[in-house]
Design a protein. Structure first.
Length: 266
């Protein structure tokens, strides 16, 4: 056998070994709770296409960042904002943070509310209306809700104080119950009477409406609209398959799945 042929065989064996290792790889993904449905679909498609398996952990992005900072292993972090993964980048956890999807805030309302886009602010301020939100700082959805309140202040002085005082921070906090994988917590809070309306991501609101058609999704008026930028990063020493998974989410398959769930492109 010639030297060239031997080199070719050796290279082939080495490449095959790498492929075998990569094909059976498992890696961990910490992801915002609002990504549960699309990421579950994408993880299945990625495993089918690559042979690599993503182990998914969902929660409030701020709390997940704290867990990563505290030493828990996450190979990929998909956050509902850019700030949390960027803060990890400053510590050297990752070299790159990429925006991969966008969302917006909407009102999910129950039968007791007759809010429309035009009357959304009046409905939120109404003292008789119980308004649910997520928890600021722990969960970007809560931060975005507070941005809506700041915009409301510009339209109606005093609105910020009123809204922050009455907002029921029902999800996303350290003591909040985990959001079930099979049921919308937002719809459940409304059904239980804990909230008459919930200020949350439009994608969350739509999933809740699909689960319970009696609920309604109300878009905010243009002067109250707050958009959410989602950021993703892989740790510098990520397990095999993790970086490719990030590329997969940002590629054609990811864009298709995110669009199907109502997310906007980056």
């Amino acid at each position: 056998m010639t030297i060239v042929r031997v080199a070719y065989v050796v290279a082939s064996v080495l490449l095959s070994g790498v492929a075998m290792v990569a094909a059976g790889a498992e890696f961990s993904v910490f992801a915002a709770g609002s990504l549960r449905a699309p990421l579950a679909d994408l993880a299945q498609e990625y495993e089918r296409d690559s042979g690599n398996k993503a182990r998914l952990t969902f929660g409030a992005s701020g709390l997940l960042r704290e867990r990563i900072s505290g030493g828990e292993r996450a190979d990929v972090f998909a956050s509902a904002n850019m700030e949390h993964p960027q803060s990890l980048a400053k510590t050297g956890w990752t070299a790159h943070v990429e925006r991969f999807a966008r969302n917006s805030m909407c009102l999910l309302t129950g039968a007791r509310s007759h809010a429309t886009t035009a009357s959304a602010l009046d409905a939120m301020i109404d003292p008789a209306v119980k308004l649910g939100t997520s928890t600021p700082k722990a969960d970007p959805s809560g931060d975005y809700a507070w941005e809506v309140f700041h915009k409301a202040e510009a339209l109606r002085p005093g609105a910020f104080v009123t809204l922050t005082a009455k907002a029921r921070q029902l999800t996303g906090g350290p003591q909040s119950p985990p959001i079930p994988a099979t049921r919308s917590a937002y719809g459940a809070f409304i059904a239980a009477g804990d909230a008459d309306m919930f200020l949350t991501y439009c994608t969350n609101a739509e999933l809740a409406r699909q689960e319970n058609p009696q609920l309604r999704v109300v878009r905010l008026p243009a002067d109250l609209v707050v958009a959410a930028d989602y950021g993703i990063a892989a740790r510098k020493d990520a397990a095999a398959g993790a970086t490719a998974f990030v590329d997969y989410l940002r590629g054609p398959v990811g864009r298709r799945v995110f669009a199907a769930y109502g997310f906007d492109p980056p």
